[in-house]
Design a binder for this molecule. Sequence first.
Ligand code: NAG
Ligand code: NAG
Ligand code: NAG
Length: 334
Amino acid sequence: MRCELLLLLAAGAFFLAPRVSSVPAVSAEEKFLFKSWMKQNNKKYHLSEYHHRLHTFLENKRRIDKHNAGNHSFTMRLNQFSDMSFDEFKKTYLMRLPQNCSATKGSHVRRLGPYPESVDWRKKGNFVSPVKNQGGCGSCWTFSTTGGLESAVAIATGKLLSLAEQQLVDCAQDFNNHGCNGGLPSQAFEYIMYNKGIMGEDTYPYEGKDGTCKFQPNKAIAFVKDVANITAYDEEAMTEAVAHHNPVSFAFEVTDDFLSYHKGIYSNPKCSKSPDKVNHAVLAVGYGKENGIPYWIVKNSWGTSWGNNGYFLIERGKNMCGLADCASYPIPQM
Ligand SMILES: *[C@@H]1O[C@H](CO)[C@@H](O)[C@H](O)[C@H]1NC(C)=O
Ligand SMILES: *[C@@H]1O[C@H](CO)[C@@H](O)[C@H](O)[C@H]1NC(C)=O
Ligand SMILES: *[C@@H]1O[C@H](CO)[C@@H](O)[C@H](O)[C@H]1NC(C)=O
């Protein structure tokens, strides 16, 4: 598989490289820290790979310590990704193709009315399903999609379902989606609308790899009547949509510091705002403001041990990392 092959190549490269000169000395304390991290994360390596992973881990740790010693609106920490370089991470967890995330003509109608200072759909009722884990597949867009529709159905009916990401991985290709290589929530909502439904997690379980379509119409449990695309770059319309309608699916560009995010408001002056650079999709379930900085509350799909119980905050109002390039939410069919 892609991931294991990479590890082998990386281990091989280590052996070919001059081993003495370029590798910084590792203290007993650092080795101990790595061993504890391995134990905590259930990691085991062959001896050759161990050295390579140790050095990547220590590089990540130094970057995290440096960041946390500075004055930033968010902190970083070690997590399950800390033995990977960003290049490895990109190939395994992020969308690999440039997506057609651009200038969606907005069909979401803006209301000219005030909206609250802050909203959190997790606190309004049982409207947001638990954080899921996409594993080593660029299927973020399917989790952003199911999350958005799960909330829409819960808001309309009071019933919180868990919907099938794997159906979107296997079946939504005709709408410019590409399984583990990426896709977009707006295109996946379109697929569910034209396909006449999506099955539940229980009848179409998640596998985290590309497969053949096994959709059974009589087992569909959620339906889409219409897709509301938010006009590109109109972040205020996104805020209005979250305030008045539903959590909103959006895509953005993940860069290396984001992997180690712990808590606080993520902000990055260097990531791209450009629609052809988005490589991850997530779900905004609320927004607020802290110490004068407006933020989004966002549900990720990297499990609950990542970030702040699986969630992150990201600065709002600046199209941070392109988050307002292509946002959408579904109108459920009852
Ligand atoms: C930290 O950064 C904030 C925001 O940029 C600034 O207002 C504050 O003065 C900084 N604090 C220190 C100690 O540099
Ligand atoms: C973008 O849209 C064009 C035209 O519909 C399509 O041919 C192309 O495959 C799409 N790209 C992706 C990554 O889906
Ligand atoms: C919403 O976006 C999708 C995917 O980009 C597109 O196929 C659809 O036509 C758009 N809908 C409207 C009403 O503009």
